[in-house]
Each structure stands twice: as C-alpha cells, then as structure tokens.
Write a protein that binds this ligand. Sequence first.
Ligand SMILES: [Zn+2]
Ligand SMILES: [Zn+2]
Length: 389
Amino acid sequence: MPASLPALLPGLIAFRHRLHAQPELSGAEQATAAALATALRTCRPDSLLTGLGGHGLLASFQGAQPGPTVLLRADFDALPITECPQHDHGSQTPGVAHLCGHDGHSTVLLGVAQLLAEDRPAAGRICLLFQPAEETGQGAAAVLADPAFATCQPDYVYAFHNLPGFPLGQLVLKEGAFTAAVRSLALRLIGRPCHAAEPEHGINPALAMAELLQRADALNLRDPGHPDFALVTPVHARLGELAYGTSAGEGELHFTLRSWQQGRMDTLSGALLAAVAEVAERHGLAVESRWLEEFAACHNDPAAVSLLSHVGAALGMPAQAPECPFKWGEDFGLFTQRYPGALFGLGAGVNQAALHQADYDFPDDLLAPAIRLMHGLALAASDPVRTRP
Ligand SMILES: [Zn+2]
Ligand SMILES: [Zn+2]
C-alpha cells in the first residue's frame, strides 16, 4: 500500500459520505462537480478541465519521461430512487440517492489523485476522468463529443464498477464482452377513441398491444452463454385513460433490449420494429417510436486485461472471470469502442444489497483496495519500463 494511503483514508471516507448525503441526478451534478473540483485543485494536477460534456472533470498528471497516456474513469451521478438508509449519511434530497455507488467510484479516483499529488508519475500521463450522467447512458457520449476532450487522446482506458454479491475487493475481469449493449424503445400506438358501449366505432390498440408483447417475447434468446443472447423486457405499458365510458384510442409500450454484440442489437431492433409495423398496420394503428437510454456493449482488450491481471496479482488481488458478461449496460462501452481498455468489477461484499436497491451503500472498506489497484494500474500503464519484468 502506498505509505500515505492510511492517512488519507479518513478524509476520503468523509468526502464519500458528503457526496452520498447530497446526491444529484444525471446531468444535474453541479454541486458534486464543484466539490470534486475543489478537492482536485489541492492535488495540483498539471491541468484540470471542468464542464466537460456537462459537469465532467478531467485532471491530468504528466510524468517526467515520455510514455503512454492512460485514462481512468469514474462516474458520479445518483438515481431517482428513494433511499432506506442503514447508516447516518443518508440522502438529504427526497427521491434521489447514490444507490449505484458512484459516490464511491469518484472518491476512489480522488484518492488516486491525492496519491499522485504526493508522488508524481515517472513517465507518460495519467488522466483522471470524472464523468457525469452514466445512469442515463448520456455522459460518456457527451464527454467524447466535447472538443476539450481531444487534448487527452488516451492509449489505454480503464474503469471499474463495484459488484455486490462478490467477496469484498474481489477483482472480476474477463476479455471480450463484459457488459451488454442496451437500448430502450418507447412505442405509442394511435387508434381512435369512442364510446365504450360501441367499440366497433373506434380503433382500440389493446389487442395489438397484447399481440406485440407476445411477439417481443418470442424474440428472446435468454441463455447468457450464447453469443446471440437477446433479451427484450417489457418495462412499461399504458392503455387509454381511466374513463369507464371510453374505449381506449391509444396506448404505450416500452421495452429494453439487450445483447452482447452491437450487430446482434441491430438485428434484434430491426426484428422488433418489423413486428410493430406489421401488427400496427393490420390493426389500423399509427405508430410513434423513439429510442432512448442507449449503452454500447463494453469489450475488454486482451492486452489491457493482461496488464490489469498482472497489477492485481502483484497486489495480492487475483482476478476471477465471470461465467458470462453482465446483462446491465455501462456507457464506458463507448470508450472501449474507441480505445483499448477494460471495464472490470470489484466485489462489494457477498451480503451487500444489490445495486439500485433502496438499502444499498458503497462499502467504505472497498476504498483502500480500489485506490491501491487503480493507482498501481495507472502507474503501470503509463510507464512501459515499469511493466516489463
Ligand atoms: Zn446504476
Ligand atoms: Zn453504476
């Protein structure tokens, strides 16, 4: 462990508790970004960009010798869920809470910055990206589209997500697909309302909706071990208004779609839209459709995974490979599409509440191992001499 980490930990734990108590939704993380900026300035990075892709920050630490640029990314947005805290740093904002541990992810990266402040990298460049709006799948795209990000040009990119259900500090890692491609489809089926006593005079979308739910279900290939894995989940449905004299004239169906590969996602999306068009036409319905909350599949580069395994093993954190990729989406997939890198998991404890659950909290005991690993990884990836045996 870097000698100074134990002394830094109490301040970092207090910082995470402050973030946890003051959560902000995706795209509205002004106060969180301001708190991070204040803390990062004390680390004297060679440059600090703020307002990146919304409320993002990028702190860069330049080594004395030339070498690769490595980017470490943490997210810092919270969720629109009411917390049932089992601790005394619960959310002070009704209906908003850090139930995915992004308060912990960003505190870990701040810990890395504090270590780099004391001991600057010998070579290369280490860029610490604090990314907004991960939960909506918009933050990574916004950061990558921001012209200011062009100053970074990373050779390697890394990020981690804490994983409840795995032993605390367990490194969870695999080559290739790591998280799913995910996108959501909102459908509105428009017919014609009429008196409920004479439904034959209107066009009620109820049966078309029932048929579409079954057609969507038939597209599933639920085995996550299959390369053509496909999951279409109905997440919301609404028919007409609550007016007992009226036969409904419109309705909504919303789905999420998941696959391991972008190409598979394209064929799955096409098959669902074709079913929608066919069913709607047969029932005389007009359709409005829109795609939202899109997450690119995350693919891990073999060399990046190998370096991470090496660093983890040297720190006494051997990696465990999950049997299959994870079915959730992570917008870090957009980074791994552009740059070699890896997204990996760090166990948050076997008995830890699941992500997005009302009683979840990022475990403070994970801060030290996560900082140690991310710091070691940054130094190894930015200094090719150090990584050679
Ligand atoms: Zn989440
Ligand atoms: Zn998350």
